[in-house]
Design a protein around this ligand. Structure first.
Ligand SMILES: [Zn+2]
Length: 407
């Protein structure tokens, strides 16, 4: 049974963990920053030494390709992103790149014959932590984002994405973009970023898709006044109204399917002064579920919210939404089969967070493989996936790629 190499994978994780290392064991590796360019250089060096040909496209995405035995067959792609959030961990994104590199290295060193060219990819600016928005390059390639607008996106120092890309040395040609004509599949391995696999002691998440979501903003308009003079009964306290609305929403949303997750992560209280009754409060509600019907039920609950609470006016609006994305059935089955091939425990699940694979799925057959995250921690320095789980993920990726090659 063909296996990836644990020692080599461990070395890859340790090496790349140095690029942007923080003092607390995490990394800050913002897109196209110096540490991100170091990671890209190391990737290119290692892939070249395996005999791969390296090209980049106009968004700086990197493609390192091992030639197949049959000319003119389309590529099979695998990979993820190497940028991180501020004070992020050593696994989000980069593990999908490192396991893909390890799969390529296993194929080369074990002299595994393959018909199709096999391409290891790095996506540019998945996190959107330096240049807004997230999943920028996959968004441009699949026509969801306007390229000129993206090139003009600025970081906090006023440097545009376009300028950073020009200076990076990784700007290539548009014709090099991953596309449905030259590629038959894309597989992205990623950490789960949630606690489910780990809590159930399951090795592999067979990802069926990415959940749909909505994001609403609620506003409560009251009357400001002096905290020491206005009698309680005469107040129009916008914060009290907002808190009643949050209670109402939680009570009602808890009656829906238990796979629904929802969050109020932002609240803005004005004027936010300890001696003034708040007159204007806003909060957001993010709700996610794989079934569009459940999302509709959430919207119905929002629409049933009284238009006056605590004598304050209640307004709401939809900020944005995304539909559930379903990955390619054949590829989902291949991931499950590959996992069973090694005897790894596995379960089907949907991704809560967004990934480049979700945009790519509009363009060509795509799927994802999840590995467990200890404590479900992600986007933080303590983010970790045990080495054994990383290796199991790499093996499933290897077997999935080789199965696609045989078809
Ligand atoms: Zn990621």
């Amino acid at each position: 049974m063909l296996n990836c190499n644990k020692k080599r994978l461990e070395d890859k994780i340790a090496t790349f963990s140095k690029f942007g290392a923080t003092n607390n064991g995490g990394i800050t590796r913002l897109s196209l920053s110096k540490p991100a360019l170091q990671a890209r250089a190391e990737f290119s060096k290692r892939m070249k030494s395996l005999g791969a040909t390296i090209i980049t496209d106009d968004m700086g995405n990197i493609y390192a390709t091992l030639k197949g035995s049959e000319d003119n067959l389309p590529h099979i792609a695998m990979g993820s992103h190497c940028d991180s959030v501020v004070q992020g961990g050593n696994y989000d994104g980069i593990l999908g790149v490192l396991t893909a590199m390890e799969v390529a290295e296993t194929i080369v060193t074990e002299k595994v014959s393959h018909r199709h060219p096999i391409t290891v990819m790095i996506w540019t600016n998945e996190e959107g932590a330096r240049f807004d928005p997230a999943m920028m390059s996959s968004g441009v390639i699949t026509g969801k984002f306007d390229k000129e607008k993206m090139l003009a996106s600025k970081d906090i120092n006023g440097i545009t994405f376009g300028e950073a890309l020009d200076q990076s040395g990784y700007k290539g040609e548009e014709k090099n973009r991953i596309n449905p004509k030259d590629y038959i599949a894309l597989v992205e391995l990623h950490i789960e970023q949630g606690p489910v696999l780990r809590s159930k002691n399951i090795d592999i998440g067979v990802v069926e898709g990415v959940v749909g979501m909505i994001n609403y903003e609620f506003q409560f308009i009251g009357q400001a006044g002096h905290a020491g003079t206005v009698p309680q009964k005469m107040r129009k306290d916008a914060l009290l109204a907002a808190s009643e609305a949050i209670q109402y929403l939680h009570k009602e949303l808890d009656k829906l399917d238990d796979k629904l997750v929802y969050t109020t992560g932002r609240i803005i209280c004005s004027p936010n002064v300890h001696t003034i009754i708040p007159d204007n409060v806003k909060f957001t509600l993010d709700a996610r579920h794989q079934n569009p019907k459940v999302i509709q039920e959430v919207v119905a609950i929002i629409e049933n919210l009284p238009n006056e609470l605590a004598k304050c006016k209640v307004i709401y609006k939809k900020l944005w939404s995304r539909n559930t994305v379903r990955f390619n059935n054949e590829l989902i089955n291949l991931v499950e089969k590959s996992s069973n091939f090694y005897g790894y425990s596995n379960m089907k699940l949907y991704s809560g967070p967004g990934h480049d694979a979700q945009f790519a799925a509009d363009m060509l057959p795509t799927t994802m493989i999840f590995v467990p995250s200890i404590g479900g921690h992600s986007h933080c320095e303590i983010e970790k996936t045990p080495l054994d789980n990383c290796l199991k993920g790499a093996n499933v990726l290897l077997q999935t790629i080789l199965s696609i090659d045989k078809q």
